[in-house]
Design a protein around this ligand. Sequence first.
Ligand SMILES: C[S@@+](CC[C@H](N)C(=O)[O-])C[C@H]1O[C@@H](n2cnc3c(N)ncnc32)[C@H](O)[C@@H]1O
Length: 353
Amino acid sequence: MTQKTIKAIDALEDAQRIALAPFVFQTAVSLRKLGVFNYIFENRDANGVSSQEISEALSIPSYGLGVLLEMAESASLVKKNEAARFELTKTGYFLTYDKTVNVNLNFAHDVCYKGLFHLTDAVTNEKPEGLKEFGEWNTIYEGLSQLAPQVQQSWFEFDHHYSDTIFAEALAIVFEKKPSHIFDIGGNTGKFALQCLANSEDIHITIYDLPGQLKKALANVQNAGFANRISGQEIDWLAAAPKISEGADLIWMSQFLDCFSEEEILKILETCVAAMDQNTYLFITETFTDRQQFSKAKYVLEATSIYFTALANGNSKMYPATVFERLIDTAGLKIEEDRTLGAYHTLFICKKK
Ligand SMILES: C[S@@+](CC[C@H](N)C(=O)[O-])C[C@H]1O[C@@H](n2cnc3c(N)ncnc32)[C@H](O)[C@@H]1O
């Protein structure tokens, strides 16, 4: 149904759903955390379960459990069967067992929830005002290695979930180019570097990242036994004149440039161009808003932009590919190959013009 044809009564219900969305969200978080969704699903062959059975089995006070289940029933997360016993709905099932939904929910709850309260200030002040919920940093990246364990875990699970899946496919394309030295810009925890090093005995990787993150990435790679083929370089791309060395055969940037404003992306690309020769490849992989087949994928990317605004840095977003095409061209690069990776990612293989 389009907004034009929607009935007023349905539009009002939608508006109420939005007005009270945090209540439903926190209800889902609590029921999941308390193990209620799991319990209902695991007992699905017992003709549903009663509130009292759940309360006794999971030692949850009955008053609190009762209000959670009422809200969850109205929000269609659980339903009552003919015997007035609770069953999980399909939505409740996905909230409990779908990997992507869980990664998003943990990220929304542990990383974003409190910070989103400052969204309006973030927009007007052009600063990630929500970040003060965690610490006094200019961007979340400066503080990544110092976030509380649960926040850090949900941040990295979100980050890894949206890039891990394409690494194997990307690796095959990377090695088609026969590189011997790769720069991994924004190497994060060293996951991509690890896969490259395990894939080839000849490859050398240099990771570029902020100090805290670089230390972690190098430790991960060294602990995996690749100390002699990994190196690292601290860099802050927001500093006045960042530089990278010459000598890479291939520069790899995965879900990295979306952490910056258009102006900053241009500066990063120009810095890379200055260190490239005619044979150097620059691989850029991103999830672009205008390249998604599924409306829900676009929805997740748009929510990610809100996270960037309120918490990450206050000036970056998930971009459409058209913006990247323009910036790549302006920086003095050409896109030699425009490929799809998995269901959501695009890979631009660039060279110097
Ligand atoms: C979203 S993560 C992407 C990680 C990884 N490449 C992947 O595909 O999962 C962005 C990375 O960029 C790094 N980064 C963000 N801002 C930076 C800055 N100003 N200077 C250097 N690195 C930065 C972060 O520390 C992080 O490792």
